[in-house]
Design a protein around this ligand. Structure first.
Ligand code: UDP
Length: 368
């Protein structure tokens, strides 16, 4: 893959996280230099404050990443980092994202996600960097009025605080791009990212308890959990279970490189794109696909619906295909196999024992 534009340096917030670490692989392979920050609120740090995920990214790509520990609510530190580098574009991933937790501690979510975004935008403006790719989410559509969902579907009827923070930031981006013509922003509305890099070296390893479906399925397949609880078997769907658009994390990562190319080609002010496959897959279908692709057994129990859950959500991703030249290519089978490779090579995520000293240190640290 070659870099198509003139930009060189990309600043990535939340760089040690699941989605960002996979995107950084794609960015480095496309020829960009990457400066990443993270506060380790939901990712693993090594003994001297390095990101274990980003060390693995360096191993995969043979390239280095400049990394700083920084919380976006610390504006001074953020400004200091911006003053040290000439940054061409920002990809803003950093956010806390547990739906249930967001309902319990809303102020924490508003403070972290909203103030973090405001600080980043202000620091960008002061540094005269107006190019941004924002991590948004299909959750901002709320309960779909029609399917597959297009970008002009109404947004804002959201059932949880996490989703509202994403919605409010999109509204903020609308206002600033309307008021100030320098801004050039793409908001990427992710559907359900799953899977891992095919090397098995990086993957999803939240430090908070698992809540998403695929990591839970893998934990059951490994025998760490006795069974999967399926939230609702009585929805009016093909088999009674909820439907989502699962997208391979490497396809999602490629979508970010495509967005950077588009921003370099034209001044868009603000544009939103769905990143999904367009395929609706039920919980039961995902369980069956996982069992088949990995030759494992995933016992499950169907229980009551999860509060605030949407029944069915999948993307119309035609706009991204037309305007970004991007579409999802990897199959459900590859999503399962790649996630399983990561999970079995690293049964305890980045804290798994290897001959690597960093990880030995980590194990010591987490056992303390
Ligand atoms: N789900 C489930 N059991 C779980 C976790 C999730 O049945 O332990 C279902 C959930 O109700 C939804 C789908 O799996 O229909 C995807 O849920 P996830 O939390 O991964 O993503 P989101 O709800 O944010 O789309």
């Amino acid at each position: 893959m070659t870099m198509t534009g003139i930009w060189k340096t990309v600043f990535v917030s939340g760089g040690a996280g699941y989605i960002a670490s996979h995107c950084i692989v794609e960015l480095l392979e496309a020829g960009y230099d990457v400066i990443a920050i993270d506060n380790f609120s939901n990712s693993v740090s090594g003994i001297t404050g390095e990101s274990v995920a980003l060390q693995r990214v360096e191993k995969i790509t043979g390239k280095s990443v400049k990394f700083y520990i920084c919380d976006l609510t610390d504006r001074e530190k953020l400004a200091e980092i911006f003053s040290k580098h000439k940054i061409d574009c920002v990809i803003h991933f950093a956010a806390i994202k547990a739906v249930g937790e967001s309902m319990e501690v809303p102020l924490h979510y508003y403070r972290n996600n909203i103030i973090g975004a405001i600080n980043l935008l202000e620091v960008m403006k002061a540094a005269k960097c107006f190019q941004l790719v924002f991590s948004s989410s299909c959750t901002i559509y709320g309960e779909p009025e029609y399917l597959p969902i297009t970008e002009n579907h109404p947004i804002g009827k959201i059932t949880n605080v996490y989703g509202r923070t994403k919605y409010f930031i999109e509204e903020m981006l609308k206002d600033i791009t309307r008021a100030e013509k320098n801004w050039n922003i793409i908001s990427l509305r992710y559907f359900n990212p799953v899977g891992a890099h095919p090397s098995g070296l990086i993957g999803e390893d939240p430090t908070k308890p698992y809540t998403n479906l695929m990591p839970f399925i893998a934990q059951v397949a490994l025998g760490y959990k006795p069974e999967l609880l399926i939230f609702g078997g009585d929805y009016p769907t093909k088999d009674g279970t909820g439907i989502r658009d699962y997208i391979h994390i490497m396809d999602l990562a490629a979508g970010h490189v495509a967005a950077l190319t588009a921003l370099q080609k034209s001044h868009l002010r603000l544009k939103a794109y769905n990143l999904g496959t367009g395929m609706g897959v039920s919980v039961l279908e995902l369980v069956k696909a996982f069992e088949k692709a990995t030759d494992t057994k995933v016992p499950y129990i169907i229980c009551g619906r999860r509060e605030g859950d949407i029944m069915s959500m999948y993307a119309n991703a035609d706009l991204a295909k037309k305007e970004l030249g991007w579409s999802a290519k990897l199959s459900l089978e590859e999503m399962c196999q790649d996630f399983w490779r990561w999970q079995t090579m690293n049964p305890k995520g980045y804290r798994t024992a290897t001959n690597d000293n960093t990880n030995q240190e980590l194990i010591k640290k987490s056992d303390d």
